[in-house]
Design a protein around this ligand. Structure first.
Ligand SMILES: NC(=O)C1=CN([C@@H]2O[C@H](COP(=O)(O)OP(=O)(O)OC[C@H]3O[C@@H](n4cnc5c(N)ncnc54)[C@H](OP(=O)(O)O)[C@@H]3O)[C@@H](O)[C@H]2O)C=CC1
Ligand SMILES: O=C(O)CCC(=O)C(=O)O
Length: 477
């Protein structure tokens, strides 16, 4: 089996490989991927540091051309890369191809942004002095990504980092190295100079930790768990570096009495269970007012019966497997916790067997849950959701906001008054009206509040805030 190597200083290196296994069929080994050491990480950081002076001053047309070429190749190979994504992560083929297209669009967007780099000139408050405000690249950026969006998250961190002139050491999640390797290969062939983008696949505790500890890494962008996010934060404060964190969510989806029932059910099922519930924007707290509660729960049960849980690559599958055994254990542990806490497991929650050995779990819906239960407070990150019954809109909003997290928030209603009030008062970075809490556009800001996020927003032109540093220059005329 071919070994997919790490890219350090423009050379493919590494001999020790780890198997990338398909969660829909654990007999299926997708490939061998090199496992970097802490020394490899140091070499990658040194290469990125050496490449920075030239890349940060490279022409915008050169950057534009490389990002554009990358976008074109990703989009041209969307079916093949989408299939690789679904095979390594377990989301359905339609979701895998959709995410691959999103990655291509992100590179396309930032290819355009290279040509729109701008500064400001202002008059000084003192006579005969001009002021220029410009944005410069930050330096070596460490990129640490999770397993749940194997191509979109790397894309939305790598594309802006390169666009604004930074060099990169990229550490993808060890569970899903395939798509990361593929986009690094595409960027390398698209003409990136040596050392500008370095790939170090390997363990977080080794390779990620080496990034955290290096004084030569000027910024770290991280998506993953709250625990690891805190380590990134502490180490970054120690080194006085920029950092950006996207962590968990416990996103509420409110259903009001006046909601269109089919819109509410469709959005709730999508929010809670699509992509196997493994999205930081997923909703696992469905807050329902009492007038529609019973009708809503019955309609959810009916809709959930129609969900096909099977091999991610099979036509007709709606929900693929859980990503691995450890996440599956976590999901089933939370199902047991919910039952012990006194919530009622109304539908699903069983482990299921399919033609191939994989991590299959029937999506689970609890009812009679309260917002104080652990299943309502802690991120589960699986196809497990709970319905919380409330009296009215005011209580729904209070419950929605009663959480340590604040990433996404949704409401199903036909009332303009309530929709408008919710948009203004939901304590979240993103608010969805009559839409699922998950599934975002690539050209607008992404991020949250409270325990979900830290630092400037990702995506769209707002990404410039993290990947650049502002300089103010004064000139005597
Ligand atoms: N907000 C989100 O989108 C995500 C949230 N999560 C949450 O986190 C839970 C656990 O998932 P898990 O994959 O373990 O999340 P982690 O936070 O451990 O993983 C995210 C990334 O951080 C890396 N990492 C791990 N330890 C360190 C370290 N000491 N220093 C630097 N980098 C490190 C990981 O590497 P590696 O995995 O290779 O060891 C991975 O690349 C999930 O159940 C979910 O609740 C998880 C993924 C995404
Ligand atoms: O909902 C989305 O489209 C993006 C979600 C995401 O980025 C995440 O789960 O990490």
């Amino acid at each position: 089996m071919t070994l997919h190597q790490n890219l350090i200083a423009g050379e493919w290196v590494g001999s020790d490989g780890v198997a990338n296994v398909n969660p829909s069929n654990t007999n299926d080994v997708i490939g061998e991927y090199a496992r970097a050491t802490a020394d490899d990480a140091s070499a990658a950081i040194a290469a990125a540091k050496a490449a920075f002076p030239v890349w940060s001053r490279s022409g915008i047309l050169e950057r534009h051309a490389i990002l554009r070429k990358t976008a074109d190749e990703i989009l041209a190979r969307k079916d093949e890369l989408g299939r690789l994504l679904s095979r390594e992560e377990g989301k359905t083929l339609a979701e895998g191809i959709g995410e691959t297209v999103r990655a291509g669009q992100i590179f396309d967007f930032f290819a355009g942004e290279c040509l729109r780099l701008a500064g400001e000139t202002l008059p000084s408050v003192r006579p005969n002095i001009g002021v220029e405000v410009t944005r410069e690249a930050v330096g070596v950026v460490g990129i640490i990504t999770p397993w749940n969006f194997p191509i979109a998250i790397p894309a939305w961190k790598i594309a802006p980092a390169l666009c604004y002139g930074n060099t990169i050491v990229f550490k993808p999640a060890e569970l899903v190295p395939g798509c990361s390797w593929a986009i690094v290969d595409i960027l390398h062939r698209a003409g990136l100079p040596k050392g500008v983008l370095n790939l170090v696949m390997g363990k977080g505790s080794v390779v990620g930790q080496a990034l955290l500890e290096s004084p030569d890494v000027q910024a770290i962008t991280f998506t993953g768990s709250v625990g690891t996010g805190k380590r990134v934060a502490m180490a970054s404060v120690e080194h006085n570096r920029k950092f950006q964190l996207e962590m968990g969510g416990k996103n509420p989806f409110v259903v009001l009495d006046d909601a269109d029932l089919s819109v509410a059910v469709e959005a709730a099922v999508n929010s809670a269970f699509f992509s196997t519930g493994q999205r930081c924007t997923a909703s696992s707290r469905i807050i329902v007012t009492e007038g529609i509660h019973d009708k809503f729960v019955a309609a959810m049960g009916e809709r959930m019966q129609g969900l096909v849980v099977d091999d991610a690559l099979k036509a007709g599958t709606h929900i693929g497997p859980v990503v691995d055994q450890s996440q599956l254990n976590r999901d089933t542990d939370y199902i047991a916790i919910g039952k012990n806490e006194g919530a009622r497991l109304a539908f699903g929650g069983e482990l299921i067997a399919r033609d191939t050995p994989g991590f299959y779990l029937q999506p689970a819906l609890f009812t009679e849950a309260t917002n104080a239960m652990r299943i309502s407070r802690e991120e589960i990150f699986g196809p497990v959701a709970a319905v919380i019954r409330v009296k009215d809109y005011d209580e729904a909003l209070a419950v929605a906001n009663d959480t340590p997290f604040g990433l996404s928030s949704g409401i199903a209603t036909t009332s303009l008054k309530h929709a408008t009030h919710f948009k203004r008062n939901a304590e979240a970075g993103m608010v969805m009206v009559n839409l699922p809490t998950a599934g975002v556009d690539f050209h607008v800001p992404f991020g949250g509040r409270k325990g979900s996020s830290y630092g400037p927003r990702e995506q769209g032109k707002y990404a410039a805030e993290f990947y650049t540093t502002v300089k103010t220059a004064y000139t005597l005329a």
